[in-house]
Design a protein around this ligand. Structure first.
Ligand SMILES: Cc1cc2nc3c(=O)[nH]c(=O)nc-3n(C[C@H](O)[C@H](O)[C@H](O)COP(=O)(O)O)c2cc1C
Length: 187
């Protein structure tokens, strides 16, 4: 079977906590980012940008997440805050995909957002093709303007996903997939 088809037929996300070092090296990261930017994009607007969290940057992002969480939840317990502070350090690499979609005279904003989703999926496929596992997460912090502002998002920007990337020891069993009979019709 063709290698790409083989990969796509078995690819499965891994929990972020299972994603281990070593993460992608500088060259692999460059490949991931290049492939991320090679997606269908109506109007060639490039309505997305990427934030790389690796090394110590992951801990700084986690601290920002924990602080923002505490500000929104003053009763948060120490255990929760500790978990929040590790949110970006579970995997060796996290790529934040930012949708910069905006009103445009010809290209609907919806299509610009879909292009950001394609970026996320391209990163996932490329990471898996390079031998890594990954997971596409958003969680509360993708919607928290305090957190987003502090990691550098403008008010109109949104997170399409945080793609966590690392290595797993063993592949997980697949989950049930929708039956094609339930989702496909012929016209
Ligand atoms: C836009 C988007 C956001 C997601 N956010 C989360 C999340 O915040 N938390 C979570 O547990 N799963 C989240 N998921 C789901 C995980 O990516 C999930 O593990 C994945 O859909 C499993 O699919 P797979 O088995 O085909 O890899 C999200 C998925 C998408 C598409």
């Amino acid at each position: 079977m063709n290698e790409t088809i083989k990969l796509l037929k078995v690819r499965r996300s891994a929990p972020a906590a299972n994603l281990r070092h070593p993460g992608p090296d500088a060259r692999e990261l460059q490949t991931l980012l290049e492939i991320a930017s090679r997606v269908p994009d109506h109007g060639k607007l490039a309505p997305w940008r990427f934030i790389v969290f690796q090394g110590e940057g992951r801990d700084r992002a986690g601290k920002i997440a924990a602080d923002a969480y505490l500000e929104g939840n003053p009763d948060a317990d120490a255990r929760r805050l500790e978990a929040e502070s590790k949110r970006f350090s579970l995997a060796p690499l996290v790529i934040g995909v930012v949708s910069t979609a905006s009103a445009h005279e010809k290209i609907p904003e919806w299509e610009q957002m879909l292009s950001a989703g394609a970026v996320c999926m391209n990163i996932i496929v490329a990471a898996n093709a390079l031998g890594f596992s990954s997971v596409w997460l958003t969680e509360w912090c993708a919607y928290d303007r305090t957190f987003l502002g502090r990691i550098g998002l403008a008010d109109a920007e949104r997170i399409a996903g945080f793609i966590h990337i690392g290595r797993v020891e063993a592949a997980r069993e697949d989950r049930p997939r929708p039956a094609l009979g339930d989702i496909v019709t012929e016209f």
